[in-house]
Design a binder for this molecule. Structure first.
Ligand SMILES: [Zn+2]
Length: 148
């Protein structure tokens, strides 16, 4: 399974990465993703996406960066940059951001973008892989029941 590595000194980022890694190792997380209806902007089914995430042995570096506007960004498959200014101090929200970016990284690992979203506003793109999978991780991180 894909895992995140953070070696910086920001406690809230460290805690969110630890929680995100816990979720990425939880088989129930992948089985819940597999129950989603098809995502928009995706040529792969939710189950095919879970297989990529589960079968990936990739270690993605999470690094704090000066980003005044975005929460985070991922432009290569091995690095997620999180904003040292905007990254949420709320654990579950931070986990959502990290898992959203992990979905992008897995997509990048496999070459052409096959399950992304269009633009950066959440409006009208709720049903895309990064948003849906990130939200699911947020619900798990906040202890909400996830059975769909
Ligand atoms: Zn995104």
């Amino acid at each position: 399974m894909v895992q995140l590595n953070y070696s910086g000194n920001k406690k809230h980022i460290f805690n969110a990465v630890a929680k995100a890694n816990q979720i990425l190792q939880n088989p129930a997380f992948y089985s819940e993703i597999g129950k989603f209806p098809p995502f928009h902007f995706s040529s792969l089914t939710p189950i095919e996406i879970t297989k990529l995430m589960e079968n990936s042995e990739w270690r993605i570096t999470v690094r704090g960066a000066f980003k005044p506007i975005a929460n985070a960004s991922t432009s290569t498959h091995d690095l997620i940059k999180v904003s040292t200014i905007n990254f949420s101090r709320d654990l579950a929200t931070g986990v959502n951001t990290l898992i959203h970016e992990t979905v992008h990284a897995i997509d990048l690992e496999n070459g052409t973008l096959e399950f992304t979203h269009d633009g950066n506003s959440p409006d009208g793109q709720e049903n895309t892989a990064p948003w849906r999978i990130g939200e699911l991780a947020e619900r798990i991180a906040s202890g909400e029941p996830v059975l769909g």
